[in-house]
Structure formats: C-alpha cells, structure tokens
Design a binder for this molecule. Structure first.
Ligand code: PLP
Length: 375
C-alpha cells in the first residue's frame, strides 16, 4: 500500500518526464477531424489531471473505476441519482449529517425513500429491506459513536437480495480498509478529510467494483456535472502521496490518547474501536488494518464540554476531520445539530459528547493540552 500511494494510477508525465502529474487547466481539446481526438473532448467529460486521480483511487480501493467530484456530497448525490422514483434505500442511522439531509430532504421529494437503521445490527437491516429496496448504504466506523458494521455479512445479505452495498470509507481510507475486497459494490469518500489531509481542499470520490456500474456512474457524473477541477485533483494526489505516513501517525496518537482518556476521572465514556473493550473491536480488527484517528468521549454535560472546547490550544474548534492538525467538536451542537434532540438521545449523541480528530502533532503535547482543558 505504501508503494501504491506513490506509484499507483498515473506516474508523472510521459511527455516531459515531470514526476508530478501536470495540472491540465483546460476546458476543451482540439479534434483532428469531427469526433477524432486524443482521448479527451471536454473537461466535464474527462480531464487528464482528474483522470490520473480517478485511476489512483480506483487502484487504492482495488476497484474497476474511480470518479472524482466537487465534494463528498456531490459524489453521494450523483450516486443516489442512480436510483428511480419509487426505489427505497436502507441507510445507517448515524451516517454523516449531510448524507442524512440530502436523502431525507432532497431525494425523498423525488420519490427515493430511505429508512435509517443501525447497520451494526444485521437483523435491523434485514427487517428494513422491502420489495422496492435497491441498496444498503453505510459508514463503518460510524460518526460520532464509532460503531462498527460487518461489511462482509452485509455484502452477503445484499448479494442474496440483489441489492447494492455502498460503503462510505472516509474514516479509515483505503490505507486501513478496502470495502470492495469484502464484497461491497461502491465505495464513497469525502476526500476533503484524510485523503486530502491538509484542510485545504473539498472533494469527493466514488469507486466501483465493476466496470459496468462505473460506466453508468460516469454517465451520471458527466450528465449532472459535479466534477472536481484540475487544481483540486492535483492537490488531492499530492495529499494522497503522504496518506500512509499520516494515517500511521494519526492512529498511533489516537491509541495513546484513547487509553489516556479512559483513565481520566472527568471522562465518563470513551468511544474508540482500537480499545479492546469497544463492542466493535474484534470485528474492526478483522475487517480493517487499523482503527483510525477519531475518538469520541463524554464529559457529562454541555457545560463541561464547553469548558474543554474553550480551553484547548492545539485542538482547534472546527467541523471536519482527518487533517494534520487536531480538531475538536461537539456533535450534538455542530455536525449532528440537524438531528432532533429526541433522536439524538436515542442514538446516544449526548450533550457532553466531544469528538476529536487526532492530528499528527507530538502526542505528549496533545495529551498535555487535553489534560489542561479537562482540568
Ligand atoms: C464530510 C463527510 C461527507 C461529506 O463530504 P464533503 O466533502 O464535506 O461534501 C460524507 N461522509 C463523511 C463520512 C464525511 O465525514
């Protein structure tokens, strides 16, 4: 994997020998005769810089086809437009807030329905499948409680029922987890997070296991038009080169911090799949190569959470995750604020729940910072 990150997809530029793929800042391409061109005709349909990124992510996820979009939500919306009026989706109940919003407020109006269930419980998924269900959509580990869902078991169920299995792999990235190898049909990424890794680009990616579905999604990408531009495609490839270095450091830091938080008297509950007593630990260890860099922990109340959020120096109060700098947030009032309070309570997203995205800083500095803030 470390070698693929550097040599996967397209390496450099065959015309000049440049070791970095050039930024093809171009919208259209000269045709020799009508319909006779060098592989590109218009940059919404295809652009060489974007194509290099698309082949790289396909290779990293062991898929047939990669597609790059202007954001994670553009990727997800294009994917959902595969479905027709009257179709039904079974979706994880703590998926990313924007995914919940686009399904419940936009696609529902167009007659594509979704039911939200706990995908870590296979029976709940089975019970939600209807005659018109077309796909199961999930994230693992989930956000913010880091519940782990069994990709292979869900893939087997989907195969049996003729459904697509879609996995949002943003939290672990292909560095730690390859859902297509476990039987999923489509992988989704908000590349804004770990793949970009530096809080400087918004982007989304899709990868399909088979070429035919890839072609269908390319048709939708070209028809709807939410493509990633050449500058951002290049920036993302630049980020991906150091994905391995970063993911190893994020995880090493997160493990230390999770263990430290668990011993802290002011912390009630720590959610991190790398902790041996996390309910999804064994499954996570089986289906992924790492546990990632996101930790949630409960300090008991909104007031206590506010004190921590206002006092950290190296953990920046911000939405998003997955970048080199550590970030801190309160899901109940930030990323998950659009979920009604009763529903949040059911899901276990309490007012005192804090989520941290552990960066790649010196872990002793991060622990000292959290210690001071908790104190
Ligand atoms: C951020 C995020 C998204 C949405 O991606 P954008 O790039 O912000 O549009 C989707 N899924 C997950 C898990 C995310 O964290």
């Amino acid at each position: 994997m470390d070698t693929k990150l550097i040599h996967g997809g397209v390496f450099g530029d065959p015309h000049t020998g440049a070791v970095s793929v050039p930024i093809y800042q171009v919208s259209t391409y000269k045709q020799r005769r009508v319909g006779e061109h060098a592989g590109y005709e218009y940059s919404r349909t295809g652009n060489p810089t974007r194509a290099a990124l698309e082949s790289l992510i396909a290779e990293l996820e062991n898929g047939a086809r990669g597609l790059a979009f202007a954001s994670g939500m553009a990727a997800i919306s294009t994917l959902v437009s595969l479905f027709n009026q009257g179709d039904h989706l079974v979706v994880g109940d703590d998926v990313y807030g924007g995914t919940y919003r686009v399904l419940s407020k936009v696609f529902s109006r167009l007659g594509i329905d979704a039911d939200f269930v706990d995908t870590s419980d296979l029976d709940q998924v089975k019970a939600a499948i209807r005659e018109n269900t077309r796909a199961v959509y999930m994230e693992t580990p989930s956000n913010p409680l880091l519940k782990v869902s069994d990709i292979r078991a869900l893939a087997d169920l989907c195969k049996e029922r003729g459904l697509l299995l879609i996995v949002d792999n943003t939290f672990l990235t292909p560095y730690w987890q390859n859902p297509l190898d476990l039987g999923a049909d489509v992988v989704v990424h908000s590349a804004t997070k770990y793949l970009g890794g530096h809080s400087d680009v918004v982007a989304g990616l899709l990868v399909t296991k088979d070429e035919q579905l890839g072609e269908q999604l390319h048709f939708l990408q070209n028809s709807i038009g939410g493509i990633l531009g050449p500058q951002d495609s290049w920036l993302l490839m630049r980020g991906i080169k150091t994905l391995g270095l970063r993911m190893k450091q994020h995880e090493a830091n997160a493990r230390r911090i999770a263990e430290w938080l668990r011993e802290h008297p002011k912390v009630k509950n720590v959610f991190y799949p790398g902790l041996p007593d996390h309910p999804g630990h064994a499954l996570a260890a089986r289906q992924a190569r790492g546990f990632g860099g996101i930790i949630s922990f409960d300090v008991g109340s909104a007031e206590a959470a506010d004190k921590v959020l206002e006092s950290t120096r190296f953990f920046t109060l911000a939405e998003s995750l997955g970048a080199v700098e550590s970030l801190i947030s309160v899901p109940a009032r930030m990323t998950h604020a659009s979920i009604p309070p009763e529903r949040r309570a059911e899901l276990g997203i309490t007012d005192g729940l804090i989520r941290i995205s552990v960066g790649v800083e010196d872990v002793e500095d991060l622990i000292e910072d959290l210690g001071r803030a908790l104190g």
